[in-house]
Structures are given as C-alpha cells and as structure tokens.
Design a protein around this ligand. Structure first.
Ligand SMILES: [Mn+2]
Length: 374
C-alpha cells in the first residue's frame, strides 16, 4: 500500500524540481488524502530533499492522522503549552506558526515554496503569508492536473464505489411506489450506502415530476404519482473515492413528450461519448452534446456544462465545458451528463462516468437506460 503513496510523493518531488521550488505546503484535505491516505492532517509539508512529508495535525485529529496515513511523520500542534511534555511530536503555537517552524527546520530559509490550497479564505491566506514571511507559489493547477491521471489502484476504487452505487440504485427503483416522497427515497439511499461501508459522495438528488426541472433539486415531501418523471442523481464514496451517476425514468407510462425528450438526451450523451479521442479539447465533447440539442431546437434547455472529473473529489479536473481549456488524455475519469430542464414540464439528465484508456472512452458505469419503470 505505501508503495502507491510513495510513487505519488516521488511524482510530487519531480514537479517541485521542475518548478525549481524548495518545498511545498498542501492544505487541501482531498489532496492530502491523495498523497497520504488520510485527510486528517491540516497540512502536508515536503522539502525537495526529503523522502517523507511532515503531516501537521491538530491534537483533535492527531491519532486519526497517525493511524490512517501510509506515508509521512505526524506532528501535532496546540496553543496550550501544557501539552508540550505530554506529546512527543508537538509544536506549541497556532497552525500558521507551526507551519512556519516546520519550513524553517526542515527546508530552511527558502522563499521558494509551493502552496496547494483550493478553499482558503482571504484572511487565512494573509495570516499564513504573514507567518511565513513570503508569498508562496500557487501549485493548485499543477496538482489538480496530476490528480486527473488515475492509476490502476484508483480505477479499482472508483469501480468499487460505482458498483455499490449501481446496486443501491437498483434497490431504490424497486423501493419506489405511488405516494412515497422524495425525502423518503433519499433516506433509503443514504441508509443503503452506509450498509455498504460508504458515505454520500454528495447529497443525493431525487426529484419527481416537474420538480425535476431543478438540476440540483433539494428533496421535498412531493409524493410520487404515476406518469411522473423520476430523476435520481447519486454517488457513494467508498474508501475515499466517489461515484456519480444519474438516471431519469418515467414512473409508469411515459407520454410522447417524455419519451421523445429522454431519447434526445440519450442521443446527446451517445454523440458526446463517441466523440472522445486522445488529445482532444474537452470543450469539443461539450459541443458534441450541444449539437444534438441544437438540431432539435432545444439548446436553450441545456443550462450547465457537460461533465467533470471524478476521483477523491466528486467535482474535480478535467472540466467538460464549452469554456474548458482541458485536454483529454489517457487515465482521465469524468462524467458525461447532458440534461434538459424545462419550466412547467420537468428535467431529464442522464449521467455516466467515462474512463479514457488507449485513447478510447470506456464507460465505468453500466446501469440500464430505460424510459419507463414500474
Ligand atoms: Mn455529476
């Protein structure tokens, strides 16, 4: 196991050398998980001459960091100096001061340090900068690109999460009955994930009838009726990796309009998936789906981008959008999820996860695509 994390850390060291940096601070928990196998530490610090990172954790998460990590040395930090003689590996002071002390101790006086922090507030960033005494170099884009290329182990974990999600989706469809509410279905899905040693990759979306017109509908007490559209967008997170799949069916007998629109969404999805080739622009895949909607005069109802990468985060690079600058290469995993959202009617989205291997699109999800369910 630690071999996998070692390999990733070696790649990170290569990147630092390439960028002529002396070290890196990672403060994004998903990226810390990617490099170490635990998201408990608040910082991951690695000097270019070091073999193993230092993982800095509040005492609250100290034991979890120590027990879960596959690589690195865990240090705690606390403002309370009375803990100094109770813990062996501890820094007394706040987070930023501790980070700065580690940098000085293990890397030295260098000001050429990278920073990976996706969600950091302005004030947190300013405090960090002040404690460091210099401006770190933003490495977020480089690291998120590294994370887009999945290794074999990641593919096996993604497949596991997808397998759990598809089994739960099957059971969910069996559980549907006239009069049941969206919220009850969400509760059912969450419980099934937990029975399979998983959490939600994101809050499940279950929307009936016209309510499905909201791409990210929040589950309500709306009751299921015959002839309703049923949109279900769910994903399990198992061993840190996310699944993401959407199906839209009609509960009972589909009207002509429902059938026609579901078929158009399926056509858009097929056209997008079959357009995928190595080294193409991600924006061209988005265009392939949009072309189909334009052909039917429905372009105005496809109001979001076509897809996104999936891994430790349920939304990550690459982005499959008309404005995306990403280039598709082997090892990437992303969703293809065209949809139509029509006020006064409802919404239809079909979403699958695609893995690019030998320049070809390989669907990882395989759940049935039917128009009506009973
Ligand atoms: Mn998605």
């Amino acid at each position: 196991m630690s071999l996998i994390y070692n390999r990733r850390v070696r790649k990170l060291l290569d990147l630092l050398k390439e960028k002529e940096l002396d070290g890196v601070i990672i403060m994004d928990s998903s990226t810390i998980f990617y490099f170490t196998g635990t998201d408990a530490p608040q910082a991951f610090i690695l000097g270019v001459d070091q073999q193993e990172p230092i993982l800095l954790s509040s005492l609250l998460e100290f034991y979890r960091a120590r027990d879960e990590k596959h690589i690195g040395n865990v240090y705690g930090f606390s403002r309370d100096s009375s803990f100094a003689d109770k813990f062996k590996n501890i820094f007394i002071g706040d987070f930023n001061k501790s980070v700065s002390k580690i940098i000085k101790k293990s890397i030295g006086e260098s000001k050429k340090i990278g920073l990976v922090a996706k969600n950091i507030s302005c004030s947190s960033y300013n405090k960090l900068k002040e404690a460091l005494g210099f401006e770190p170099v933003n490495l977020w884009e480089d690291i998120s690109y590294m994370r887009t290329i999945k290794d074999e182990y990641e593919i096996s974990l993604l497949k596991k999460s997808i397998n759990i999600t598809e089994r739960v989706l099957e059971k969910t469809i069996e559980y549907l009955k006239t009069g049941i509410t969206e919220a009850e279905i969400v509760g059912f899905i969450q419980n099934e994930f937990r029975k399979n040693n998983s959490l939600d990759a994101f809050f499940p979306i279950v929307a009936f009838g016209e309510h499905s017109k909201h791409p990210h509908a929040v589950p309500s007490l709306r009751k299921l009726r015959r002839g309703d559209l049923v949109k279900i967008d769910i994903g399990a997170r198992h061993m840190g990796y996310c699944a993401d799949i959407t199906r839209t069916f009609v509960y009972g007998h589909a009207s002509e309009k429902q059938r026609r629109l579901i078929n158009i969404v399926l056509e858009a999805q097929e056209n997008a998936i079959s357009s995928i080739v190595d080294s193409m622009k991600a924006s061209m895949i988005d265009l392939a789906a949009r072309d189909i909607f334009r052909k039917y005069g429905l372009a105005e109802f496809f109001i979001h981008s076509l897809g996104h990468g999936v891994g430790v985060d349920v939304h990550e690079s690459p982005y499959i959008a008309s404005t995306s600058k990403d280039i598709i290469v082997d090892g990437m995993v992303f969703t293809i999820e065209p949809g139509l959202y029509i006020d006064g009617f409802g919404g239809i989205r079909i979403e699958d996860m695609i893995y690019v291997k030998n320049g070809k699109p390989i669907p990882l999800t395989s759940f049935k695509k039917v128009i009506e369910i009973d």
